[in-house]
Design a protein around this ligand. Structure first.
Ligand code: VG1
Ligand code: CO
Length: 560
């Protein structure tokens, strides 16, 4: 087996976004394209003698990409690869494996919730030794390398059989193919009160039905191992649980639009607790009959109930959310007397705070929830966290306390942040840029604060402040500028606009709206449907941004 140096030329646009490099499969399939990016990683991070973890959501083109990584890793002096069987490890499972086996990093083959298949998306993400996504300093280095690359190194060797668990070698490289699920299940058993959950589910088997939807992404086998094998639920309580390279043609994003299979089944079959996860297993949606939990509320509720989860027995350190996420969790932090942080969108910003021992639980409005047990958001963790909370809440109760009761109690204690996100997907980049410029000019205008805007129904909103969100990492001092445009109003409401960094085509504009009502607003106000509670603010936000004109869109593609 010999090492060869292959001449190549740079490709345009190999810039990792919010969460790795994501492009159409056809782009990755171009000769040298994937190889260039992988070599750029090895040139950016010193990985001679290193151990790396390789996993992913099993989407189309993954097996080919794993073989490419094997060749390049072996030729670049990597010492060992730990690979999930058939190249499969959910994103949180990979983060756990990196930490547990003290690997130096990992390469994750996923485009998360983006559809898969020959005409859809593929992605490559580099994670560092703490198990979290590489910080911007590293992704920027990788990007710079892709612009100057002139050759990459490969070991000329036959393919490795990725289905055979166990150790083998590949030229100078040690290869260990591991069970994709086992370490993860062990980890969750160390975090949650499995015996309590099991006995709760058993005693309530008549009025507390559960349904977990794997959306044909990576989490099916994880959900099955935990809910069916460990927690003793009937086999039919897990659906769409076979991972498929094209996710069965679906859009594996757990929200009310794309997880319609789950929503339908929950409503039809009176299911008290429904949950879904995304393609790579780091997102979650919690949805029981007639009760949808927004991700912003979900993380706040988990934080509030943390002391029933054995992992948090010693108390929580700090809490955090991404900037556009509602401020519900801030209120919990204040009540608990712990510090809290507002970081830019994307999980990579939470890692430093966790490593420094200042952050326990955090989340994003985009259906991402997690804790410092690993350095990625964790869909199945959130699902089991909710089960643990419900089990604890029902311990001494005859009447079933369900999702809705927990939610209601939370609002009565803390007030409610009505929150919604409008996504305008694949709009012309030019229109999106013009809108950003327009909002920039409002931010710059000295007379903008104090101005009033009126909704169709005559509700007036007065501008309190307008700014670009810039972030200075409190641990390493690194600065990330222009992470979203924010306008706040005198009643405490807030609107945020930002451009997505995970799309693979055109631009995607996200508009986030939040309106807070105090706990004294009365039960009727606290229980209002989200869309209704936000209507006036949304009208005003569209007015201020002139969004419809700039984007040429009457309606958003997705509302969450
Ligand atoms: C989106 C979400 C963000 C999330 C990111 C990765 O990013 O808004 O909150 O961290 O996806 O999630 P953007 O830049 O498109 O808004 V995942 O499950 O795709 O790794
Ligand atoms: Co994901």
């Amino acid at each position: 087996m010999s090492i060869q140096e292959i001449a190549t030329k740079p490709f345009e646009g190999q810039k990792p976004g919010t969460s790795g490099l994501r492009k159409r499969v056809k782009i990755f399939q171009q000769e040298h394209y994937t190889e260039n990016f992988v070599q750029a990683i090895f040139d950016a991070v010193p990985l001679k003698g290193a151990t790396l973890v390789i996993g992913g959501d099993g989407r189309y083109y993954s097996p080919e990409a794993v073989q490419i990584i094997l060749k390049i890793a072996a030729a670049n002096g990597v010492s060992k690869l730990i690979i999930g069987q058939n190249g499969i490890l959910s994103t949180p499972a990979a983060s756990n494996v990196i930490r547990k086996y003290k690997a130096n990093g990992g390469i994750l083959l996923t485009a998360s919730h983006n559809p898969g298949g020959p005409d859809n998306d593929f992605g490559i993400k580099y994670n560092i030794e703490n198990g979290g996504p590489a910080p911007e300093g590293i992704t920027e280095k990788i990007f710079q390398n892709t612009k100057t690359i002139s050759s990459y190194k490969v070991l000329d060797a036959p393919k490795v059989d990725l289905s055979r668990i166990g150790e083998t070698t590949y030229g100078p490289l040690k290869v260990d193919i591991i069970n994709s699920v086992k370490d993860y299940v062990e980890m969750l058993k160390g975090i949650f009160d499995f015996p309590l959950i099991r006995s709760f589910l058993k005693s309530r088997s008549s009025d507390f039905k559960v349904l977990f939807d794997g959306m044909h992404g990576v989490t099916g086998p994880y959900g099955r191992a935990i809910l069916i094998e460990e927690l003793g639920l009937p086999s039919s309580y897990v659906q769409n649980d076979t991972p498929l390279p094209d996710f069965g043609g679906g859009h594996p994003d757990p929200n009310l639009t794309y997880a319609h299979d789950l929503v339908e089944a929950v409503e039809k079959n009176d299911i008290a607790f429904g949950a879904a996860s995304d393609g790579d297993g780091d997102r979650n949606m919690i949805y029981g009959k007639g009760a949808f939990v927004t991700p912003s509320d979900s993380v706040a509720i988990i934080a509030d109930w943390a002391d029933v989860i054995p992992y948090f027995k010693g108390g929580i350190k700090g809490l955090a959310r991404s900037m556009p996420t509602s401020k519900a969790i801030d209120l919990v932090a204040k009540a608990k007397g712990v510090e809290y942080f507002e970081v830019p969108t994307g999980w990579k910003f939470f890692g430093n705070l966790m490593d420094a021992g200042r952050l326990s639980i955090c989340g994003e409005e985009s259906f991402g929830t997690g804790s410092d047990h690993i350095r990625e958001k964790d869909g199945v963790w959130a699902v089991v966290a909710w089960l643990n909370i419900l089990a604890a809440a029902n311990k001494d109760s005859n009447k079933l306390i369900g999702i809705r009761e927990i939610q209601k109690e939370h609002y009565l204690k803390y007030g409610r942040s009505f929150f919604s996100r409008y996504d305008y997907e694949e709009v012309p980049s030019e229109g999106a840029q013009q809108m950003v410029k327009h909002i920039d000019s409002l931010i710059a205008a000295s007379d903008f604060a104090g101005k009033s805007y009126t909704s169709n129904s005559g509700i007036e909103f007065k501008i309190a402040a307008a700014y670009d969100f810039n972030y200075t990492d409190p641990i390493d001092g690194s600065v990330s500028k222009k992470q979203g445009q924010v306008i706040t109003f005198s009643d405490g409401s807030r609107v945020v606009w930002r451009l997505s960094g995970t799309g693979s085509q055109g631009a995607t504009v996200r508009m986030y709206v939040e309106r807070y009502v105090t706990k004294d607003a009365g039960e009727a106000e606290l229980a209002r449907p989200t869309a209704e509670g936000l209507q006036a603010l949304i009208e005003v936000a569209l007015q201020i941004s002139n969004l419809k004109q700039f984007l040429g869109r009457e309606k958003p593609t997705v509302i969450t």
